[in-house]
Design a protein around this ligand. Structure first.
Ligand code: CP
Length: 337
């Protein structure tokens, strides 16, 4: 049961709970009227301390499509954070107004802190180079829809997934790799320059869980082995010096030539935004799935919001505490306002 629950990192929900969200998202995709007004009267706060197009707008689109409303800010300079207000005070205040909070913040751990002081559910929309769990829901739903096997829990398994680019700072890579570990017979290929390798805490976990993985610097050498190629941007905003960024930023460019060596049923994903790492000529290739992926992001966020707000089928009615979660305003947590 997801009613009242926060989502801070990709393993907060069980594989069965994620499977339920994917089934709900698929139902919403098939039937545009399904759950259309289920969140009428509910308010979602979107607090973005860093830039965003997809995450913020897809959450807002999701909430509006469910009949609810949104409020918030798209940059910290327009909030009282600019006057020195602490994150905890901002969250305690916003939770007096909203039924759920979606937050992006450059500090790793900021979403966890927010969830600890908030009486309403908090959804992590990216905390620094750490995690981005709703991008993971988006990625898993896209893989399931385009390459998956819906008969098994989670709907994927047996695939070879390549991650290419900035694997050090790319939070979407960290979150997806962590979530894929729970699926049967997944193999991972990490493609990056030495300076941007996946963090040790990720590779150590793969070793511990006996997940097959390799690391290489050469995309051309491995592209033919992959079922999913997850391209990523070099994260300029997380570099300590501009020279290193300039040296590394165009190290991988996926183009039509490289795609000739890929499987015919490969899918190319990218959390977006892209800079130069996928040539626009690849967009016309039927294997390019990154704009479909952006659309799946909205469906799965509709499924998530309707579930945590108690509006999805089988959810706990408003005001009743869910196991391991928080109560929405009007419920138990409202007393803190
Ligand atoms: N994928 C993603 O997080 O995109 P935005 O930065 O545009 O939200």
């Amino acid at each position: 049961m997801l009613t009242g629950r926060s989502l801070i990192e990709p393993l907060n929900f069980t594989i069965e709970e994620m499977d339920g969200l994917f089934s709900l998202a698929e139902r919403i995709e098939e039937d545009g009227a399904y759950l259309r007004d289920s969140c009428r009267g509910k308010l979602l706060a979107t607090l973005f301390f860093e830039p965003s197009t997809r995450t913020r707008l897809s959450f807002e689109a999701a909430m509006l499509r469910l009949g609810g409303s949104c409020l918030g800010f798209a940059e910290p300079s327009s909030s009282s954070a600019a006057k020195g207000e602490s994150l905890a005070d901002t969250i305690k205040t916003v939770s007096c107004y909203a039924d759920a909070i979606v937050m992006r913040n450059p500090k790793e751990g900021a979403a966890l802190l927010a969830s600890r002081v908030s009486p309403v559910p908090v959804i992590n929309a990216g905390d620094g180079g750490h995690h981005h769990p709703t991008q993971t829901l988006t990625d898993l739903l896209t893989i399931r829809r385009l390459r998956g096997n819906r008969r098994e829990a989670g709907g994927i398994g047996g695939l070879t997934v390549g991650f290419c680019g900035d694997l050090k700072f790319g939070r979407t890579v960290h979150s997806l790799a962590k979530a894929l570990v729970r699926h049967e017979k997944i193999a991972m290929v990490f493609i990056s320059p030495a300076e941007l390798r996946a963090p040790e805490y990720i590779t150590r976990q793969l070793e511990k869980e006996h997940v097959e993985f390799t690391e290489t610097g050469n995309l051309e050498e491995v592209i033919g082995d992959l079922d999913v190629l997850y391209m990523t941007r070099v994260q300029r905003e997380r570099f300590f010096n501009e020279e290193d960024y300039i040296r590394l930023k165009d190290i991988y460019v996926l183009d039509r030539e490289k795609m000739k060596n890929a499987k015919q049923d490969l899918i190319v994903l990218h959390p977006l935004p892209r800079v130069n790492e996928i040539a626009p000529e690849v967009d016309a290739d039927p294997r390019a799935a990154y704009f479909k992926q952006a659309r799946y992001g909205m469906y799965v966020r509709m499924a998530l919001l309707s579930s945590i707000l108690g509006a999805a089928p089988g959810a706990v009615p408003d005001g009743k505490a869910a196991p391991g979660g928080f109560s929405p305003p009007g419920g138990k947590g409202a007393a803190s306002c």
